[in-house]
Design a binder for this molecule. Structure first.
Ligand code: DAH
Length: 338
């Protein structure tokens, strides 16, 4: 009689183990594991607890064996619970994030070059097609390259301390300054090379002007220089006209007005007509023999022309910008238009 009771107790424990294993294998989340834990191993009304109570009904001789069977089953259910928790925890940690690879990607925000930089590149490209190599020069200059070699003598008003950014570096009578014009690069290139020469140089120049719609203490110039035997004003005008037509598009007219620059003789102001309006773009002329001599060229053997135009001016003309300060406000709503 007692044997039968022990056997049915063993069978109950087996069934409980099998059902716990099935329930935990089917558990897909922590809530399902917890529900199984309460059902099988719950401290108050779990099925293990109920079987433990029925241990008391076994014959005295069967109680040790029954207790051993119960402890085995309890440990087995405990192992199943730990394994199920570990399985779900690991899946949560290493499982792939829910990504829908068929959705369109987030667009990458691409910027673009500043309109002044775009203008500089375009001028370089057009002048390059006309055979002009693009060269650079320093923005901190000495008196020789910014003035002397360009035939601008010490007493010339262009050298006034109020019209230039001289640097507070002790160099006696030869202070350095932020260059006030790109004509400096003419001198540097001619000193370093022999003719024939065709160069353009585009870059920043500095003058202590009060900022307004057409002035800024920093702006950009394009300097052009051609030195070849037999150069004339006609070549100068042709190059400027070809440049202006390519840059602005359509038939652009170029007008020369007599003027004066220390480093050109004769000198002219350059106006361009586009869309029915004449706009002054800069200065030009034939390189003064004194400048050729200053760099060691023989003015009886070579002649040349030079020109200097304002980059902001030609950019403003092309894009219809009324106030050059807009180029430097860094307002993306303005910059995005170019
Ligand atoms: N450097 C002059 C300026 O800043 C512009 C200029 C005039 C440049 C005549 C030239 C030139 O090369 O020939 O006002």
């Amino acid at each position: 009689m007692s044997d039968v009771a022990l056997e049915s107790f063993r069978a109950e424990l087996e069934r409980l183990r099998a059902e716990a294993a099935a329930a935990l294998a089917a558990a897909r989340d922590a809530a399902a594991v917890e529900a199984a834990r309460v059902e099988f191993a719950g401290a108050r009304s779990g099925r293990l607890k109920a079987l433990q109570k029925s241990l008391g009904g076994l014959a005295a001789a069967d109680k040790p064996a029954g207790g051993r069977l119960f402890n085995e089953a309890k440990a087995a259910v405990g192992d199943l619970l730990v394994a199920a928790q570990a399985r779900l925890g690991a899946a949560a940690e290493v499982g792939p994030p829910p990504v829908d690879v068929t959705l369109p990607g987030a667009p990458v925000a691409l910027g673009h070059l500043h309109p002044i930089t775009q203008t500089i590149r375009r001028v370089q490209e057009i002048m390059g097609r006309l055979g002009f190599e693009s060269v650079d020069g320093p923005e901190v200059e000495d008196q020789w390259h910014n003035f002397e070699a360009l035939a601008i003598p010490a007493e010339h008003p262009a050298r006034d301390p109020l019209d230039n950014f001289y640097l507070a570096v002790a160099r006696g009578a030869d202070p350095l300054l932020l260059r006030s014009q790109t004509s400096t690069v003419q001198i540097r290139v001619m000193e370093a090379r022999k003719p024939p020469l065709r160069i353009v140089s585009l870059g920043r120049v500095y003058r202590p002007d009060t900022a307004d719609a057409t002035h800024y203490p920093m702006f950009h110039q394009v300097e052009g220089l051609l030195v070849e035997p037999g150069t004339t004003m006609a070549h100068l005008k042709s190059v400027l006209r070809l440049f202006a037509s390519s840059f602005l598009g359509g038939d652009v007219h170029v007008r020369f007005r007599p003027s004066f620059f220390p480093f050109t003789e004769p000198s002219v102001e350059v106006d361009m007509e586009w869309g029915g309006r004449w706009v002054e773009m800069g200065g030009a002329g034939m390189v003064d023999p004194a400048v050729l001599e200053a760099v060691g060229y023989d003015p009886r053997e070579v002649s040349g022309f030079a020109f200097g135009l304002g980059v902001e001016r030609i950019a403003a003309r092309r894009y219809g910008v009324a106030d050059i300060r807009d180029f430097y406000r860094n307002d993306v709503r303005f910059l995005r238009q170019f």
